[in-house]
Write a protein that binds this ligand. Sequence first.
Ligand SMILES: [Zn+2]
Length: 322
Amino acid sequence: MKLLYIAGMSRSGTTILERTLRDRDNVYSVGELRRANFLLIQKYQGLENITVTENCSCGKNLAQCELWSSIPGEMNDKPSPTNSSNRTQRLLFEICSLIFPLSILRLIGKLLPFSRFHNIIHLGENYIDICHSVAKKTNSTIIVDSSKNLHHFLLLRAVAPETVKLIFVVRNGRAVANSATKPNRISNPYNNIGLTDRQTAIKHIASSWTRVNIAGRILIMLLRPSTSSIIKYEDFCNNSDIAINDLFRKMKLFKLPAANKHKSELAKTEHSIGGSPSRHSANSKVITVDNSWQKTWTDIDESSFGLIASITNYVFGYQKKS
Ligand SMILES: [Zn+2]
């Protein structure tokens, strides 16, 4: 089993990429697996001790879903990740996981219990075990996890470096900021507040976009090319088959078959967790680059987007609105 981990800023096309991969044979998409910590609680503490709020794409609560409710019974017995770690412990683990192999990380966890490394490692082992169980249940050789978060990727990579591969999705920061602040976005907290607040939102998103993209780029520079790769939303939308084949070649994975229409139609009966509701629909339309931001982006938007985000955007090869 190989685990393809999709990371990147929200509204960068992570869901479109996930859907395109999902529609090929041997691939199963689990959605945002990091949201499924209920599986671990269910396994180690029992179902009666949890209230599961997360829904599966099949429409059922995860605890009632045919696939997810069966996973804790499939998993191997591993030490339970009992105590959670704080931000400093997680950051320290991230840095050490880039330098040391798992055996040294385990040793650090043993010698310095306050580092909570042992706990973080157990968490990663359990998540990898969930992926193996899903692969077995669904007869898949590739699992796609679009949890987006880079810490979670490092956690999985630390315990299964040969299994996990990172795909980092990049999209023009202005397009991301515009998409996230559209007045009709139901999930947008700045919805219907007016222009001033759209500007606050753009500032906020430009800053997150810069942070996430710089972190992603640095991480990819530090990892082996066969472990991680960047994919540009725009390239991917222009020709998804070429972009995916190129990605798989770089990451030394076998060539994926073309999208299977029948599998695409079955998407509604699959079981993936969280994220954009569009994930749960079948691929009914052809993918095209959404450049609608170019029509509505104003000088005020540009000023809110800011210099640092502009420079970062430029470094990624994106031009200012012409
Ligand atoms: Zn389900």
